[in-house]
Design a protein around this ligand. Sequence first.
Ligand code: FES
Length: 143
Amino acid sequence: MNRRDLLRAPLLLALSKPCCELPVLQPQAYQKRGSSLVIDLRQAAHLKKVGGAALVRDEARQLYLILAQTAPGEFHAWHGACTHGGAPLAFDARHGTALCTSVGHSEFNPQGEVVRGPAPKPVRIFPVQRAGNTLTVQLEAAQ
Ligand code: FES
């Protein structure tokens, strides 16, 4: 690799990322109730439209997951870390999948299955139910 390639490498790496970091869901938008995470959609602007997604990262409550609206009124939740090397997942709105932000770009469908490697195993998913402006994520029912 020559000097020119070395200088271009970070730019190429940045351009190769298919998606960006997710917006973080603000604490006032959710509550943890027992084994459920209850989200007020009125407080979650990033989830209001199809293709919208947000990250819930709350170390005090041991929460690390991404949420997305994949079709009108249809929501999915994945654990926030890739099963390959633990890199953060983002959401690919074009395919409705969770996508690793590392160079491996593993991809997981709404059932958590690996669509594209190198991830060796599925990522945990969490059932999501919607009732009006409320989303309920079942944390202990993770698969
Ligand atoms: S950490 Fe996700 S593909 Fe390697």
